[in-house]
Design a protein around this ligand. Structure first.
Ligand code: HEC
Length: 177
């Protein structure tokens, strides 16, 4: 059939084309909008299980306490005995493993419920951003509004230092010291 004759049969070809294009464009926009809304719903549903660790550059010691915290140094020698004492507290009365995991990977049994997530002690980058004094200060005083309460009234300073030697060893076991 002659294509020109066919298009004449359908009336003004220009007008017809425009309306077809418009309805196509409208339904495409509606579809894109639906996809977008679906994405929003999916993302918002998954957020609770998407909790992440705070960025390691975000220091937990308040600014006005930072100098004081950084000046604190461990009185204990680095020794396998100290590490063993720290492990006993980590797995025992300190129960740090419940959030930070037996292997220090931040994936303990309670971790999934926490936001921010517990720190992964295997992460070398984390240790390079903290002095031991800051770590000590945070274990003692806690991080307000998170799962990490201050242990100052449950553990002695000496016990906290043994813990620090132990939790540091997680990173050594998982790459360069
Ligand atoms: C109930 C869960 C929970 C327990 C138990 C727990 N922690 Fe944590 N810990 C957290 C969370 C959550 C964070 C992250 C806090 C933040 O990012 O502000 C954290 C962070 C830390 C940090 C990182 C501090 C920093 O400067 O980023 C250290 C060190 C730490 N915990 C040590 C310990 C030790 C040692 C114990 C046991 C005595 C312990 N935690 C027990 C939840 C816990």
């Amino acid at each position: 059939m002659n294509p020109k004759a066919e298009s004449k049969n359908q009336g003004a070809p220009g007008v017809l084309d425009v309306s077809e294009n418009t309805s196509y464009a409208v339904s495409r926009t509606v579809m894109e909008l639906n996809m977008f809304l679906l994405l929003v719903v999916v993302v918002s549903l998954t957020i609770p299980s998407w909790a992440a660790e705070r960025h390691r550059l975000q220091l937990l010691v308040p600014e006005d306490k930072l100098a004081e915290a950084r000046a604190i140094t461990s009185p204990l020698p680095n020794s396998p005995e100290t590490v063993a004492q720290g492990k006993a507290i980590y797995d025992g009365k300190g129960a740090c493993f419940r959030c930070h995991g037996k292997d220090g990977d931040g994936n303990g049994p309670l971790a999934a419920r926490l936001n921010p997530s517990p720190r992964n002690f295997q992460d070398h980058g984390f240790w390079s951003q903290r002095t031991e004094g800051e770590i000590f200060w945070v274990i003692k005083n806690g991080s307000p509004g998170t799962g990490l309460v201050g242990y100052g009234d449950q553990l002695t300073d000496g016990e906290i230092w043994t813990l620090i030697q132990y939790i540091r060893s997680f990173a050594r076991e998982h790459g360069p010291a």
